[in-house]
Design a protein around this ligand. Structure first.
Ligand code: MSP
Length: 481
């Protein structure tokens, strides 16, 4: 018997796995929406896509949140993880897999990974003294504190002196510098690549990979008195999720990741520690990492610590999932920081979605109903995207891609204003038919290009235009006052 092989190009895309110390906010949604758009775009291109997201559920920070909530860690993480997955569903985000680090499959894979790491000879036992910031789940330098307080989390780190197992990260300085500077591991945008390179060039120190006093974690196979450092375990999710132990064939198919999206604050973990660990166990490095900037509200980073969070579910309930997806990708160029707010969302919703795309669609379909009795006939949409929008999306320049599509929308709306079909129909109905055919073809093409970003709206447009009986469709976006 011969087995069928999948000849399609594979594309493996990941997001960070999010801490389940609290429900998701718009910042988490941002990276995940972007990944969903890229996954949909590559699926549209006929590629064999694997899109992974999930939740990071072990460690001191989660254990403390569970205790504060008066729940067992497992009950607590079950509850919050479910909120993440429900929120992604509400936002039209469709991952191929949602990994939880409390999954047995992940825990088993981490154990195998740790054994390999130990066998690599890059692990040793030692003592560490330092300042640990639970918010960061990382040791933090004295120089990073202001008045003894971590600025990101507004808390005092704990002074810790303990026995740990260490990983010889210092040995990977040269090879990482080489791989990154030669773009074997691509880091984008360029400012982030430079930031990582200059950090590496300052010299890398070995890192502790286990904690003796953190009970909520995966025990080291060779020293059950310690659990593996949560970041080391979390970074391995990208391998465990695709079957590192449970489904080696699948792992072979998808690894290495083609694109990893994450926020700029965690690039050192992903561009230095993660790759060094992979080198130690002789696995390939991800091909590309792209770091998005921060969403701010009134200039301050949106975060659980600051408490200025926006729940994406509230926005979905009011404006619909496509509007939220559109807004986050249109408002701030991907890779930069930018301010978001409900006021800004409302402005974009009314001007771009209701008055722009929505208006073009309703004018065109109303005229088809009125002048052509609902039947526009055979239309041919352009075989190739000449606007450059799809290329921009492919290049992760989402806002630029949307700007280009909205230029087409504005152009088509102006074309209608100028042609005045409501007058022209009296003298030259054939010309009006031709105009409506062209507008339909354009709308169809726009829907195709927009499908990764606005899946629901694109589907509605496509279905109505393909139906051959275009009558009184509902407005795509009702104006909101
Ligand atoms: N659990 C770690 C990641 C482990 S990956 C192996 C973690 N989790 S987190 O819950 O803090 O999520 C961080 C990620 O959420 C950021 O890297 C970014 O992708 C996203 N964002 C969180 N807040 C954000 C903003 N205010 N703005 C943009 N993205 C933000 O770190």
């Amino acid at each position: 018997m011969t087995t069928m092989t999948d000849e399609r190009k594979k594309f493996y895309i990941t997001t960070p796995i999010y801490y389940v110390n609290d429900k998701p906010h718009i910042g988490h949604a941002y990276t995940t929406i972007a990944a969903d758009v890229v996954a949909r775009l590559h699926r549209q291109l006929g590629e064999d896509v694997f899109f992974l997201t999930g939740t990071d559920e072990h460690g001191a920070k989660i254990a403390a949140s569970a205790e504060k909530a008066g729940k067992s860690p497992q009950a607590f993480v079950d509850e919050i993880s479910a909120k993440y997955s429900l929120t992604w569903d509400q936002l039209g985000i469709a991952p191929d897999k949602f990994i939880r680090t409390t999954d047995p499959e992940h825990k088993d894979a981490v154990k195998v990974f740790l054994e390999k790491l130990k066998a690599s000879g890059k692990i040793y036992e030692g003592e560490y003294e330092g300042l640990y910031c639970v918010g960061h789940e990382a040791f933090i330098k004295e120089s990073e504190l202001v008045n003894g307080v971590c600025l990101d989390h507004k808390t005092k780190p704990e002074k810790i002196r303990e026995q740990n197992w260490f990983f010889k990260l210092s040995e990977y300085q040269k090879i990482l510098e080489e791989r990154i500077s030669h773009d074997d591991l691509i880091i984008r945008p360029p400012t982030r690549k430079n930031e990582v390179l200059s950090f590496i060039r300052q010299g890398l120190e070995d890192i502790a990979i286990s904690r003796p006093n953190v009970k909520w974690g995966i025990p080291l196979p060779w020293d059950k008195s310690q659990t593996v450092y949560v970041w080391v375990e979390a970074l391995f999710n990208y391998c465990s999720a695709i079957g590192y132990v449970s489904d080696p064939e699948n792992f072979q198919r998808y690894w290495p990741a083609d694109l990893q999206l994450l926020g700029k604050e965690i690039i050192k973990f992903h561009c230095i520690i993660g790759p060094a660990l992979l080198l130690a166990i002789k696995e390939e490095l991800p091909k590309a990492i792209f770091a998005n900037g921060f969403f701010t509200l009134g200039g301050e980073k949106i975060s659980k610590t600051v408490g200025n969070i926006i729940d994406p579910n509230d926005w979905v309930a009011k404006y619909g999932s496509d509007a939220v997806r559109y807004f986050v990708l249109r408002e701030v160029p991907f890779g930069q920081d930018g301010d978001v707010s409900e006021e800004k969302l409302k402005v974009r919703y009314n001007s771009d979605l209701a008055d722009g795309l929505g208006n073009l669609f309703s004018r065109t379909t109303n005229m088809i109903e009125k002048y052509l009795d609902g039947d526009v006939g055979e239309f041919v949409s352009p075989p190739k995207d000449l606007s450059g929008a799809s290329d921009a999306f492919y290049n992760l320049d989402f806002s630029e891609g949307l700007v280009l599509i909205w230029k087409e929308i504005a152009w088509a709306n102006q074309l209608i204003d100028k042609a005045k079909p409501w007058e022209l129909v009296k003298t030259d109905p054939e010309k009006v038919k031709e105009l409506l055919l062209n507008l339909t073809a354009l709308l169809y093409d726009i829907a195709k290009k927009l499908a990764p970003v606005l899946p629901e709206t694109a589907q509605k447009i496509k279905e109505i235009l393909e139906s051959g009986d275009i009558r009184k469709p509902e407005p795509l976006f009702k104006k909101i006052s």
